[in-house]
Design a protein around this ligand. Sequence first.
Ligand code: ATP
Ligand code: MG
Length: 463
Amino acid sequence: MANVLIVDDDEGLCYSIERALRNIHKVFTATHSESAYNILSNNPIDIAFIDQRLGKESGTEILKEIKGRFPKLPCILMTAYGSSETILESISQGAADFISKPLETDGFLHLIEANVVKKNICSDDYINISELEYPPNVFIGKSPQMIKILKTVATVAATDSPVLITGESGTGKDHIAKIIHDYSNRSNHPFVPVNSAAIPRSLLESEMFGHVKGAFSGAYQSKKGKFETADKGTIFLNEIGDLPSGLQAKLLHVLQDGTIEKLGENKLKKVDVRLISATNKNLDEKLESGSFREDLFYRLNVFSIHLPPLRDRKADIVELSKFFIKEACVNLDKEVTCVHKDVFEILASYDWPGNIRELKNIIKKSVIVSSRQTLEPDNIVLPKNKEAAKSLQNLKKNLYKEYREHSYGDVLHRAFDDIEKEFIEDALKECKGNISQVAEMLGISRVTLYDKLKKYSIKAHSD
Ligand SMILES: Nc1ncnc2c1ncn2[C@@H]1O[C@H](COP(=O)(O)OP(=O)(O)OP(=O)(O)O)[C@@H](O)[C@H]1O
Ligand SMILES: [Mg+2]
């Protein structure tokens, strides 16, 4: 049953609609705008039907006012003449649909079904998420660990001190860094992330500190570094554990006296930058082996925030999942309103080696394959083998890092080739060298397989 509001100055018409619908829905009627606003303010109305003209009042004006006060309420315009201009105008003012006079009961029932019932009512085994709304850059997490972290975030945001964020990959380090910036009094100034692991070492110094024209071969123009770009704002240094030692010394300089030195320029320049750094590596080991400077570590680690892996805060999975379902719906232009309760159980039973990022990706895939407005347990496809998922993730990370360091520029081709070669070798072993079987298993033709064997100099002995 839905709460339906009819706004029409024709009392007889209001009465006949009320009679036609009252066995199925609860009907409220208003013969002028003030009474409509009154009803809307005091009752949980699900849908409003508004006449195109109420005496001297214009239906489209009333609709505009109602949408301003109750933006989510579906409003349907009742038109006598069906003029396309009025319809277009009302749709542009936010009308969900229109219905032409003479009015038929079936027309009302159909519109209520489409705009209210289907949208908002989930059966017992489902959880309704249609009403959930999230502001941009929201922080999700009410587990005791996350509440504690939020308190630290509030404390550090109010200061200018460096913060070191640690945690496994995908636990939300970038996300927290941005939130600290947004809640600091630097929020009107830039937030500049620098991912030192993704920038070739040879370019990192110029990327961070900038260079002047002619500072090195290829420096045709002078360039601002990220520190200068972040002036008055926050710089976020990702993967700080990978910072080469020369740059560690330069960074220490910034922290000690707030100055930077562009490559090729013998001049120090003042910058006013708040530094947040992050790492998913064990910095203790790097400190012990001497590959990370202790003095720098203490400067960076004035405040530290450790993000626990998702498997240790399973209490957050339901809320995070709801958030990612909504986010995926917006990005994919889908509408999931009801989520089967088992979906959350399935998600909570998994260990999430890739943490929040993995949860987000799996939810996105599940929303893509969901066919109706409901998300079903079948839509969730978790990696079968947790260890395999973990090792695949490590493999990807290591490969990427290694290729980047040794053969920048051709990273993708080399990575593809190496993986392809390994797959073929494994398949050959599994099929004991039977080429037909290998080709079938890999989903390629025998001719293509022979080409690849030649390309990778793999010897296949039998067929
Ligand atoms: N508490 C949270 N609330 C909402 N979304 C979050 C939260 N934490 C993380 N996310 C989202 O999860 C995804 C992964 O988080 P993020 O990129 O911050 O992880 P990370 O720790 O920086 O990973 P990596 O170590 O691989 O860089 C992002 O899309 C982020 O917006
Ligand atoms: Mg990150």
